[in-house]
Design a protein around this ligand. Structure first.
Ligand code: I6G
Length: 358
């Protein structure tokens, strides 16, 4: 292979990475789709003719590789926790009061507020800036290895960009399907006589759990990062919001509705404001997540059972709707805890959890 071919390949990769970043992270498309497709086709052609040049972080890998026989298990380096819930304003006020009591302060607490997307939590590990592993949350300790599927999601970079990239960084966030993508997918499936999905969450889950990554690649999945897990080799900023902005600078998409507020009253306003705009959002959300912004305070607060004391999911009231029960999923955790997920034709799922008698 000549130096010229290698240069061409590298230049096409850099071009496609830049187009992806502008489009998916900055929400600012800089070239028409046809130009993107042309660059991708040229890269695929060159890589096909020179397979020794194909690398795991090439944008061409977004098309999806070979099908798997099964998903392997992945033990999370740091457990993926769940969140306590608030349902009423007074639950949030009590959360704020507990935090102040525990910290022994009368000062207002600053929070970072984010929409709670109705999708699936995933963990993505980058080593030296290259995506090496992705896993589902599973039971919080052990998830499924869905690396090949996650690599096909258009707005997830295979390689981080910019300066100051840690040797290892685990990024956590939500994979979801926006309403437009969901509608298009169902229309396409219906026209083909294929199965349609009851709601965007089911469509996202079904698309991510495919053994054939090419199927995942054909589905309009998206990702927003919401926190980090293990980080090695570089200290990230000491505030949650600043960490998210750092992730954004690495080329990772962060929900643009994320905001810092100075006290609990403003957190309540955020909840009310986004609740009013909920129907206009491009994706489904079932509440907001409110986190103490200062990481030093987060560390002082620590965890209780399987949830951080410094974060809470403030849920929107359940919308009462008539529904047909389509099926019921039973999951038995390693501890014998049993989860029941009724899947119906409305997206507000009811989670019933009970402990199985030993
Ligand atoms: O399940 C979650 C959804 C959204 C989260 C979360 C989140 O932030 C926007 N953040 C944390 C820290 C956890 N679960 C544990």
């Amino acid at each position: 292979m000549s130096d010229n071919v290698l240069e061409q390949i590298q230049s096409l990769r850099a071009q496609l990475e830049e187009y992806n970043y502008q489009y998916y992270v900055l929400d600012n498309p800089t070239v028409p789709d046809a130009e993107y497709d042309r660059a991708m086709q040229s890269l695929l052609k060159l890589e096909m003719a020179h397979p020794e040049c194909v690398s795991a972080d090439s944008p061409s890998q977004k098309v999806g590789g070979e099908a798997l026989a099964k998903f392997d298990q992945v033990t999370h380096r740091i457990p993926m926790l769940s969140l306590d819930n608030a349902f009423e304003d007074h639950d949030l006020v009590a959360f704020n009061r507990r935090i102040k009591e525990r910290l022994g302060t009368a000062e207002p607490i600053g929070y970072c507020c984010e929409p709670k997307l109705d999708g699936l939590a995933v963990s993505i590990v980058y080593e030296n800036g290259v995506l090496v592993q992705a896993a589902t949350r599973g039971d919080g300790q052990v998830g499924e290895n869905i690396t090949e599927n996650v690599k096909t999601i258009r707005n997830i970079p295979l390689k981080l960009r910019g300066e100051d990239i840690p040797k290892l960084i685990e990024v956590r966030g939500e994979v979801f399907m926006d309403l437009e993508g969901f509608k298009r997918l169902n229309e396409k499936n219906e026209a083909k006589g294929d199965k349609t999905f009851a709601n965007p969450r089911n469509a996202a889950a079904g698309s991510l759990r495919q053994l054939d990554p090419k199927i995942t690649a054909s589905r309009p999945l998206r990702f927003y990062a919401y926190s980090t897990g293990q980080v090695e080799g570089l200290a990230l900023p000491n505030e949650h919001f600043a960490q998210l902005m750092r992730l954004k600078s690495y080329g990772l998409p962060v929900c643009p509705e994320t905001k810092c507020v100075v006290d609990v009253a403003q957190a309540l306003e955020y909840y009310q404001d986004i609740g009013q705009r909920r129907a206009q959002l491009a994706y489904e959300i079932d509440g907001v997540v409110i986190k103490v912004n200062d990481k030093t305070l987060q560390n002082q607060l620590g965890f209780v059972a399987r949830a951080p004391r410094w974060a809470i999911a403030f849920k929107f009231p359940a919308q009462e709707e008539l529904t047909t029960l389509l099926d019921v999923e039973f999951q038995v955790g390693r501890t014998g805890a049993m989860g029941v997920t009724p899947n119906s034709n409305v997206s507000n799922r009811t989670q019933l959890e009970f402990q199985m008698a030993a």
